[in-house]
Design a protein around this ligand. Structure first.
Ligand SMILES: [Zn+2]
Ligand SMILES: [Zn+2]
Length: 405
């Protein structure tokens, strides 16, 4: 919350259509479903209708509007693009041309006045307040950051037919699904109104909560944060610090244990030949970013403790050496792994046995460099109240570690 500044007044005129829609839909969603449930009960098929529409529209926003159209983090077939455009429209978050253009401005000018959902204007403004104001720029200026999308006939088709698509896929489709099980009004309320409100706010959480709460493991440059608890709600978009640092990557949660259902969907598309050319940030770059952040937080502690120039230089020299050793061990392990994978089939039994040992040795070297680095960071973090005495103990500890390096 330390980067949070008070809300400034937006100078743009109110967009009454957006304001009315964003205010009326939650009212209809809550009052309507409660009233209907009171009079006609709730069927598990209402939940199923809701879940189906929620999953389809959320996915088309995250995998389509966001990772495909805004960032072009992979390539996909025309059929998949059409699916993204149709169900993306049903999220009622504007046409993809508008959405992706705004989002590209967000990345380019994050936390600056030109950021459409600038968190420094306040959490509520970044969440949904910004949608209450009209964008007064002319189309040519506004979409100057999306020439690729302007040239895409499918994108322009969706932009032109956005309203009919909204009416049909947001409201008519869930009503029709409801009709199939004899509850069209429940279908409209659950799969239409309630679902659209929840898709809205889970998307908006990324612009508000993911810029307010969570960790910053990959970059301290902006307000974006990794929030593991936001990830399941947002189809994996909660790992927002990683995303802002490496926006071209098709993944947001890069570890296997991090919840990122959008990433899993994209991988699934590759298995069926519907997606290809997935962009992945090379592992060494990811490690480098993490180490930079950790070194930066040490620098902040040293500055807070008024460390002398000599202490500062000694600590930094130790940290730089530790970081370099870790990066080298990591690269050499990755290289051995790649070699092992690519050439395994052509090797004789004896060569394979030798490589098993090489791989194990490099893994052990990497693990030990990691342990040492963790030890250094733990020593730094023990300095909860930075003081001259604490720093003296720390430099002594790091000097000791030097002999073990
Ligand atoms: Zn962001
Ligand atoms: Zn993005």
């Amino acid at each position: 919350m330390n980067d949070y500044r008070p809300t400034q007044r937006a100078e743009r005129p109110i967009d009454w259509v957006n304001a009315a829609f964003l205010t009326a839909t939650p009212l209809v969603a809550v009052a309507g479903t409660v009233w209907y449930a009171w009079n006609f009960g709730v069927s598990w098929l209402d939940f199923a209708n809701f879940a189906l529409m929620f999953a389809l529209t959320s996915l088309c926003v995250t995998a389509g509007y966001h990772r495909y159209y805004s960032h072009k983090s992979y390539e996909c077939s025309k059929a998949v693009q059409l699916f993204y455009l149709v169900f993306g429209a049903a999220a009622v978050e504007n046409s993809v041309l508008n959405w992706a253009s705004d989002h590209r401005y967000h990345h380019r000018f994050v936390d600056q006045p030109e950021d459409p959902y600038n968190i420094l204007r306040g959490g509520l403004y970044a969440h949904m307040g910004w949608i209450f104001y009209k964008d007064t720029r002319d189309a040519e200026r506004r979409f100057s950051n999306a020439p690729d999308l302007m040239k895409d006939p499918l994108v322009m088709w969706q932009h032109r037919w956005y309203l009919p698509l909204v009416v049909f896929f947001t409201f008519a489709l869930p009503t029709w699904i409801g009709l199939l099980y004899g509850r069209p009004v429940a279908g409209l309320l659950w799969g239409g109104f309630l679902r659209v409100v929840l898709v809205h706010h889970t998307t908006f959480f990324i612009n508000s909560l993911a810029h307010l709460y969570g960790e910053k493991p990959y970059s301290l440059k902006d307000t974006a944060r990794d929030s593991w608890w936001l990830a399941p709600l947002t189809f994996g978009e909660g790992y927002h610090n990683f995303h802002h640092k490496f926006q071209a990557d098709y993944r947001n949660g890069i570890r296997w244990w991090q919840f990122d259902s959008t990433k899993w969907w994209i991988v699934l598309l590759t298995w069926t030949g519907q997606a290809w050319k997935l962009k992945r940030t090379p592992e060494p770059l990811i490690l480098k970013a993490r180490l930079e952040v950790q070194k930066q937080s040490v620098a902040e502690k040293l500055a807070a403790a008024n460390a002398s120039e000599r202490t500062w230089r000694r600590i930094h020299a130790r940290l730089d050496a530790g970081a370099l050793r870790l990066q080298e061990a990591h690269e050499s392990y990755l290289h051995a792994k790649a070699e092992y994978r690519h050439r395994y089939d052509e090797w004789t039994h004896e060569v394979r046995r030798q490589w098993d040992e090489t791989l194990e040795a490099r893994r052990a070297e990497y693990e030990s460099a990691r342990e040492r680095w963790r030890g250094m960071m733990a020593a730094m973090n023990r300095l909860s109240q930075p003081s001259a005495q604490g720093l003296a103990t720390l430099t002594a500890l790091l000097d000791l570690a030097k002999h073990r390096l």
